[in-house]
Design a protein around this ligand. Structure first.
Ligand SMILES: Nc1ncnc2c1ncn2[C@@H]1O[C@H](COP(=O)(O)OP(=O)(O)OP(=O)(O)O)[C@@H](O)[C@H]1O
Length: 300
């Protein structure tokens, strides 16, 4: 597969703070990648390195085969970027801003612009500097996607959006990918219930490192919950699945086990061989994230 992003051994410090520690990451075409992790773990720093806004202390980052710190205008025009702060030209109206941004690109999609303005209920004459944080974020998204980028980097793009706008935004991401299976979208977010609807790959960071980088379906298949009636072999279950139990809790009638590093099929086989009735329950991404972050005791 031809990677459009290739990051190798990337490290970045700010003074004494090591924000990124020896990160390696690659991405091919046709994928929506969710980048997750606690506040300050380095997500934005990684994304900024990818597009050359930060220079690494060690390691390399390439996008479309060019060094991130030397991206040509042609390559930059293939990238869309929405950043957390949403810095925009405040004195312009939304329409003026879009015209200005559009003047830098050849592939501006007017239909998408109109559709988005309508979907987000944006007032084209509104002055950017006077927009609410949510409307501002919507405008930033619009300015980043209408030139039809092949690589879309979204750093917390939906934090200020209301539920309806978030839903429309996620629909749009799926539409972008479906219309053109060649696009790559990286989205960093703390709203895991949103991004789990669209991502096909999950990258979880912790303290400047990548903890997990995995196909999302595979991740869901390998971290889940099993509930066993007490008296129906709960003790035996603990024994049989020990080493795979991230956390267990018993409430007198039932024992809930959070399992990891075992497939549902394997767990079901082991339990059925011992004739133990267990209900296998898939976990939402938010709960899966807690298990990977070593906080399985907080899984409901
Ligand atoms: N320009 C900078 N100067 C100094 N420190 C910085 C700078 N940018 C990031 N940092 C620090 O690097 C660390 C990683 O920050 P980063 O913004 O990448 O985290 P994040 O995972 O995106 O966090 P959040 O989820 O809160 O947005 C933090 O400790 C942050 O304070």
């Amino acid at each position: 597969m031809n990677n459009i992003i290739q990051v190798s051994g990337l490290s970045k410090s700010f003074g004494k703070l090591k924000a990124l520690k020896d990160i390696s990451f690659s991405a091919g075409r046709g994928s929506i990648i969710g980048l997750m992790g606690a506040n300050g773990c380095g997500k934005s720093t990684l994304l900024r390195n990818m597009i050359g806004l930060y220079l690494p202390d060690a390691g390399t980052s390439q996008v479309f085969g060019e060094q991130s710190c030397e991206l040509s205008p042609q390559t930059l025009s293939r990238i869309g970027y929405v950043h957390q702060e949403g810095r925009l030209l405040n004195w312009m109206s939304i329409r003026q801003l879009l015209r200005y941004v559009r003047s830098h690109y050849q592939n501006w999609d007017e239909n998408l612009e109109e559709k988005f303005i309508e979907w987000f209920d944006l007032e084209p004459k509104a002055v950017v500097g006077k927009l609410s944080p949510g409307k501002r974020q919507q405008t930033a998204i619009l300015a980043a996607i209408c030139h039809n980028p092949e690589l879309l980097i979204l750093d917390e793009p939906a934090s200020a959006l209301d539920p309806l706008a978030r839903s429309r935004f996620l629909d749009l991401l799926l539409e972008l990918l479906q219309n053109d299976g060649e696009k790559t979208i990286i989205i960093s977010s703390h709203i895991l219930s949103d991004i789990e609807k669209v991502i096909d790959r999950a990258v979880i960071m912790d303290k400047g490192r990548i903890l997990k980088d995995c196909d999302f379906d595979k991740l869901k298949e390998n971290i889940f919950k099993a509930v066993v009636e007490n008296g129906a072999g709960a003790d035996l279950t603990n024994l049989l699945l020990s080493g795979k139990i991230a956390h267990h809790r018993s409430d007198g009638t039932k024992t809930s086990l959070v399992l990891q590093d075992i497939s549902r099929a394997e767990a079901e086989k082991i339990l059925s061989e011992e004739k133990i009735d267990a209900e296998i329950i898939p976990l939402p991404l938010e709960e899966i994230y807690k298990v990977i972050a070593g906080k399985a005791e907080y899984v409901l």
